[in-house]
Ligand binder design. Structure first.
Ligand code: NAD
Ligand code: UGA
Length: 465
């Protein structure tokens, strides 16, 4: 069997960057080139300063700096990288459609199609094309049809190899993946392609963790894995609302049910609601696919996971308003955290954005502190909602890099992201700084209720009465 020696990845985002850096790190004999049309992003991947990489992930900069310039390259020369590669990963974004048929639910595949057409235009020798992006089941059919009609005698094998890394733990997840999924055709050339990709991963992962399936099972499994994970969060969040009314404690309920090995302990942390670029997008996509096959009950079942998540975000904001005497107008509310989870600078679909939006509708004055997310990103997230003018967003919401200064004369603090550093703050000093009563709304269940109350806070924690 021939070996893969030259890999190209189209898309230098949160998946393409870290995934290819780990492949380059673990396969020093393979040349890996990550390409993107976004010049600014590529310049940042090539930046001298490790703090400037476009993706913040623990352990990422070490791996990039170890291989960059040796067998790992970042470039905007997409055609050249495609031409030289034996294996091409497509790792571009597949957001929810914002227009036309399927608007608000279906995945927008225009970037995928552009990649397929680019490959078809440039390729002069046989290639293995790997879907790394998360795609609706049967997308490979469309890619095949574009690639197989070039008339230039180039043979393409299409594989599905969805990515399961979670942000904030991407490097750990890639180095110690629970499993790698490779879907491909059962033809001899399809089997050979699957084995060639498998051999890349076998450089660091045990063979039994590399699962081979047909293309459609692989595409669908990625959507289903995200739907099951998100469903657990919505399930526990629904119970958190009940705990708040009954004096049951969500941490105790999570522990009690998680000890059942059939249920398991992971993904049972109640929160202000899940965010991230994928859970909502992928479930909406699943809902759309089910509907398009006339499976309305299946669609409704999964849609409920999103409805519950929206309810949790609204519930958190409503609770802030009602607890603060039914008005937050003109009151200073400090947000600790803006990212959708800790250890990432990604804010896509972060609960913080929606909670802020609801409070701004009530004319609150918000001050945001996040250790990794900057002012430009925060305003862009808010402006994107289009709820109010850009000027008004900047008037009502300020961004700070000083978490302590922000608490001076604040009416309330809302914890939106579970950054570890929040636990280490001098909460006594924060209490002194704030107006009284000093409210803390803990959307991540980070702090000790008894201690906070002892310090004098009016402390509210998701999932406890
Ligand atoms: P991203 O937006 O961070 O990166 C995508 C990149 O693709 C962008 O930099 C964009 O400029 C580039 N791009 C788009 N069209 C291009 C083209 N025609 N040619 C060259 N470059 C192009 O997206 P992401 O978070 O890395 O996600 C990529 C895919 O992986 C999505 O399908 C997503 O669902 C899936 N996924 C994401 C995660 C995650 O944690 N973010 C995890 C697993 C799977
Ligand atoms: C998720 C999946 O975990 C990955 O396997 C998948 O590859 C990825 O989506 C994807 O396809 O994009 P990610 O969104 O990066 O990864 O992060 P998660 O750790 O899954 O967290 C998602 C959201 O759920 C976060 O807002 C997090 O705070 C929230 N969450 C998670 C909870 O509220 N409670 C939990 O118990 C777990």
């Amino acid at each position: 069997m021939k070996k893969i020696s030259n890999i190209c990845c189209i898309g230098a985002g949160y998946v393409g960057g870290p995934t290819m850096s780990v492949i380059a790190h673990k396969c020093p004999d393979v040349k890996v080139t990550v390409v993107d049309i976004n010049q600014k992003r590529i310049d940042l991947w090539n930046h001298e300063n490790p703090d400037k990489l476009p993706v913040y992930e623990p352990g990422l900069s070490e791996i990039v700096f170890n291989s960059r310039g040796k067998n790992l390259f970042f470039s905007t020369d997409v055609d050249k990288a495609i031409d030289e590669a034996d294996m091409i990963f497509i790792s571009v974004n597949t957001p929810t459609k914002t227009y036309g048929k399927g608007k608000g639910q279906a995945a927008d595949l225009k970037f995928i199609e552009l990649c397929a057409r680019n490959i078809a235009r440039v390729a002069t020798n046989d290639k293995i094309v790997v879907e790394k992006s998360t795609l609706p089941v049967r997308t490979a059919e469309a890619i095949k049809s574009i690639l197989h009609n070039t008339g230039n005698n180039v043979r393409f094998e299409i594989l599905s190899n969805p990515e399961f890394l979670a942000e904030g733990t991407a490097i750990e997840d890639l180095l110690h993946a629970d499993r790698v999924l490779i879907g491909g055709d059962d033809t001899p050339s399809g089997q050979e392609a699957k084995n060639l990709l498998s051999a890349v991963y076998e450089n660091w992962l045990p063979k039994e963790r590399i699962l081979q399936t047909n293309v459609w099972s692989s595409e669908l499994s990625k959507l289903v894995a995200n739907a099951f994970l998100a469903q657990r969060v919505s399930s526990i969040n629904s119970i958190s609302a009940l705990c708040e009314r009954t004096e049951a404690n969500i941490a105790e309920v999570s522990r009690a049910i998680g000890h059942d090995s059939r249920i398991g302990a992971k993904f049972l942390n109640a929160s202000v609601g899940f965010g991230g670029s994928c859970f909502q997008k992928d479930i909406l996509n699943l809902v759309y696919i089910a509907k398009s096959f006339g499976l309305n009950e299946v669609a409704d079942y999964w849609e409920q996971v999103i409805i519950m998540n929206d309810y949790q975000k609204t519930r958190f904001a409503d609770n802030i308003i009602s607890t603060m005497f039914n008005t937050v107008s003109g009151k200073k509310i400090v947000f600790y955290g803006w990212a959708f989870k800790k250890d990432t600078n990604d804010t896509r679909e972060s609960a913080a954005i929606y909670v802020a939006n609801l409070l701004l509708e009530e004319q609150a004055n918000i001050v945001v502190y996040d250790p990794q997310v900057g002012e430009e990103q925060i305003y862009s997230d808010l402006d994107y909602l289009g709820t109010r003018s850009e000027e008004e967003n900047r008037k009502l919401l300020k961004v700070t890099t000083d978490y302590m200064e922000a608490t001076k004369d604040a009416h309330a603090i809302a914890i939106l992201t579970e950054w570890d550093e929040f636990k280490t703050y001098d909460w006594n000093q924060i209490h002194d700084n704030m107006l009284k009563p000093a409210f803390v709304f803990d959307g991540r269940r980070m702090l000790d209720k008894a201690k906070m109350q002892e310090m004098g806070f009016d402390y509210y924690k998701i999932g406890e009465s």
